[in-house]
Each structure stands twice: as structure tokens, then as C-alpha cells.
Design a binder for this molecule. Structure first.
Ligand code: UDX
Length: 431
């Protein structure tokens, strides 16, 4: 059954939610405060690199069941049944989520929300927020966390593992859950704090899992084991699973760093010492420091004045998102230590402070003492590594994603420095 929906905020989550709910047959009005962005969306222009999203937006516009307006109040009509809050909840100075955007939207719509409407929070909000914000509006607040991965957000939305809704008002939670009835997914109708907690508990678990794997990779390096083989062996155990076992330059992106810090803050605020999570966050900082060490070593101890080729800036392949990207942090640290960084990322163009950004990966490696792979773009795998070796001044490739074929690099006369994998150093022998 078609429902009348308002979505406030047209970032990754809001736009994906709006376009996908329209795809499910609902009538959706999306609001944003950015007038120019709304104008672009009305023309079918999507700024976010997210497979399938632009097509869904164009389709919704053509079918007439997806609209874009400026300002939350303009998205609300007398027959609006659910209003989704998809505005940013960034990390505040004290590590707690900053709820000012959520509160300002509620203040804007509180007088005009029709009776019987529900407000659903999609933004990740601290546990207890739905109940805490309830005083601001007369209609029920429902927590409906999203579990979308960037780069596959549309696919994840339309093929969810589960739908989670939670509210003190069970009927309102059920009503939000029913919006997804066309999708085949288990629906959990919970109280609001539990629904909010599912999201944090899941994301922080993923962060802990990755920090664990990154630490295992460090250990593999020191004992001469191969982390790829080790994680393959672990992955056969269905309790562990195969996914999220790849070591890297540390986890990043718009969710895991923010959510781990926020949950730490929640634990602190109730007097719980969540040492496990703190260690996972600390390990992530060590992981980045370790990558920097490897790059220094590849440059004979210091990167000062060294030309370094950086391949990949986005926090993971398939996106153009630089938020909390470990690649950016590492590049910035190198620049801070006096390195000359030339970077290439297939999804990033324009200016990047302190570095030279180039469209051609071969341009990025030209004259480099060391090359660092920081994002797992598949096209880096198929570079002509013999050509790279000829263009470079040094011979070490620090592959923080364990993406490349070590044999191929060795054949090209390069030293392949992967994470947690045995290193062969033919570069030293061949040159
Ligand atoms: C994440 C969660 O997966 C999603 O459910 C949640 O709703 C939002 O946060 P996303 O931030 O898009 O999604 O990225 P994800 O694919 O989970 O990767 C997170 C980080 O972990 C990235 O920096 C990625 O490079 C890293 N990662 C992931 C690894 O280093 N190794 C892996 O095996 C997987």
C-alpha cells in the first residue's frame, strides 16, 4: 500500500532512503536546506557516487512519486504518515553525537506534523535519543536504524538482512516496519533503546573484528605467517565467517570511527569501562602509525624531501567518500613530515591540500621513492607494474590492502610490502 513519506536530509542515507522507498511504490518528498542541491536533484543530478542511485532518482521523478523541496516544513503535508530524520549527527567536541540538526528539524516541524504521523530516526543517534526527543513532538518517535554500506547502499536497502524498528509506541514502530513489507526480510519490532543499540552494537562489533584482524596481521608479520592463509582458515568457521577479515591501513569512513567513539561515550556516561572497544580504537591508530613506519623504512628512515606516490584516497573502493579516510590521514602525515606526495584516486578529482592530485596512476608513481596503495581499487591490480618500476626512482610498493600480486611485482623488480604477508625483496637483488 502506498504511504505518504517525508525524508529530511538528502545525504547518503536520506537520498538512498527516499529513492528506495519511492521505488517500493510509496510517495516520497525529500527535503534539504541546500537550495542548490535541491535544484540539482530536481533535475535528476546526483552528486554521490552510489551505484543505481541516480537511476532510481530519475525514475522516481519521472513516475511522480519522488519530489525534492527546500526545508523540512515544506516536506510535511496533512496526509504525511511517516517523517524520516536523515540529517547528520556528527561527532561533537566531547565525542558525543551532536544532535543539533535533529533537534532543529523537530523544532521546525513540531507544529505541523499531522496526528497519526510517526517520526522515524535513520540518523545514528545515541541510545536513549528517541525517548529523550519525544517531549519535542506530540507524535511517536520510532528508531529505524539503517545498515547501508557505502558503494552498495541501494542494493543493501532493497535486499536487507533485517529491518529494525523500535518505539515506546509499538503500533507506530509496526507502521514504520510495514513500509518495507515488499522486501523479504525479518522485521524486529523492539523498544527504542534496543533498536538504537542494535546499530551501535553491530558497527562497533565490525570495528572490533577489523582491529583484531589488523593486530593478527601485525603478529603474522613478526612470526612469519601469512595472514591471507590465516584468515582463510578462520573463515571456514561459520561462527567467524569470511567477511570483514581483510587487514588494511585501519578502518575509516563516515560510520565506524564516529560510532565507536559515540558508544565509548555512552559507556563512559553510565560508568562502564568498555576497555575492549577502547583497545579497538587504539589499535586502529597503531595500524595507521605502523603503515607510516613502513613507508619511512621504504625511504631509508625518513620521508623528508622524498617523493611518494599514493594510490587511493577514498576510505574504501567504490566510493568517492573521503570522510575519516585512513588514506587521507596517512597522506597528511606524510606531508606533515615533509614528503612530496602525488596521489591518484579513480573517483577523486580537483584539488587536495598539500599534495598533487593526478588523473593518471602512472603520473602518480613517476619519480617516487616509494608507492603506497591505500584504497583497494581493483584497477590498481592490473597496472603495468613493469612500467611502474621503470617510472619509479625507488623500488618499494607498500600495499596496505594486500591487493597486488606479489609475484608480478617481484617479476617487475619491485619490493612488495604487504600487511601480514611474507616479504620477498627482489628489488634489492635486482638493482
Ligand atoms: C559501515 C557498515 O558496514 C554499515 O553496516 C553501516 O551502516 C555503516 O558503516 P561503510 O562505512 O560504508 O559501512 O563501510 P564498510 O564497508 O563497512 O567498511 C568500513 C571500513 O572498514 C572501511 O575503511 C574499509 O576499508 C574497512 N574494511 C572493511 C577493512 O579494512 N577490511 C574489511 O575486511 C572490511
Amino acid at each position: 500500500m502506498q504511504r505518504k513519506i517525508a525524508v529530511v536530509g538528502t545525504g547518503y542515507v536520506g537520498l538512498t532512503t527516499g529513492a528506495c522507498l519511492a521505488r517500493l511504490g510509496h510517495h516520497v518528498v525529500c527535503a534539504d536546506i541546500d537550495t542548490e542541491k535541491v535544484a540539482r536533484l530536481r533535475a535528476g543530478q546526483v552528486d554521490i557516487l552510489e551505484p543505481g542511485l541516480a537511476d532510481l532518482v530519475k525514475r522516481g521523478l519521472a513516475d511522480g512519486n519522488l519530489e525534492f523541496v527546500v526545508g523540512a516544513a515544506n516536506a510535511v503535508a496533512a496526509d504525511t504518515e511517516v517523517l524520516f530524520l536523515c540529517v547528520p549527527t556528527p561527532m561533537g567536541a566531547d565525542g558525543a553525537a551532536d544532535l543539533r540538526a535533529v533537534e532543529s528539524v523537530l523544532a521546525e516541524v513540531r507544529g505541523i506534523l499531522p496526528a497519526g504521523c510517526a517520526v522515524a530516526t535513520k540518523s545514528t543517534v545515541p541510545v536513549g535519543t528517541a525517548d529523550r526527543l519525544q517531549y519535542m513532538v506530540d507524535v511517536p518517535i520510532v528508531s529505524n536504524p539503517e545498515f547501508l554500506r557505502e558503494g552498495s547502499a541501494v542494493g543493501d536497502f532493497l535486499n536487507p538482512d533485517r529491518i529494525v524498528v523500535g518505539s515506546a509506541d509499538r503500533a507506530a514502530a509496526q507502521k514504520v516496519g510495514d513500509l518495507y513489507s515488499a522486501l523479504e526480510a525479518p522485521t524486529l519490532v523492539l523498544d527504542a533503546p534496543s533498536a538504537e543499540m542494535v546499530k551501535y552494537a553491530a558497527n562497533c562489533f565490525l570495528a572490533v573484528k577489523l582491529s583484531y584482524v589488523n593486530a593478527i596481521a601485525q603478529l603474522c608479520d613478526r612470526v612469519g605467517a601469512d595472514v591471507q592463509a590465516v584468515t582463510e582458515g578462520m573463515g571456514y568457521d561459520p561462527r567467524i565467517g569470511r567477511s570483514f577479515l581483510k587487514p588494511g591501513p585501519g578502518w575509516g569512513g563516515s560510520c565506524l570511527p564516529k560510532d565507536t567513539t559515540a558508544l565509548m561515550h555512552v559507556a563512559d556516561s553510565v560508568g562502564l569501562d568498555f576497555g575492549l572497544l577502547r583497545s579497538a580504537i587504539e589499535q586502529n591508530a597503531h595500524q595507521q602509525a605502523d603503515v607510516l613506519d613502513r613507508i619511512r623504512q621504504a625511504c631509508d628512515g625518513t620521508v623528508r624531501g622524498a617523493r611518494i606516490g599514493v594510490l587511493g584516497l577514498a576510505f574504501k573502493a567504490g566510493t568517492n567518500d573521503l570522510r575519516d579516510s585512513p588514506a587521507i590521514r596517512i597522506a597528511e602525515a606524510l606531508i606533515g613530515e615533509g614528503a612530496e606526495v602525488t596521489a591518484h584516486d579513480p573517483a577523486i578529482t580537483g584539488e587536495m591540500p598539500g599534495m598533487r592530485l593526478v588523473d593518471d596512476p602512472y603520473e602518480a608513481v613517476k619519480g617516487a621513492i616509494a608507492v603506497v596503495v591505500l584504497t583497494e581499487w581493483p584497477e590498481f591490480r592490473t597496472l603495468d607494474w613493469t612500467k611502474v618500476a621503470e617510472l619509479m626512482d625507488g623500488f618499494t610498493v607498500v600495499d596496505t590492502r594486500n591487493l597486488l600480486d606479489g609475484d608480478e611485482l617481484a617479476h617487475a623488480g619491485l619490493t612488495w610490502q604487504a600487511i601480514g604477508r611474507p616479504v620477498e625483496s627482489p628489488g634489492h637483488r635486482l638493482r
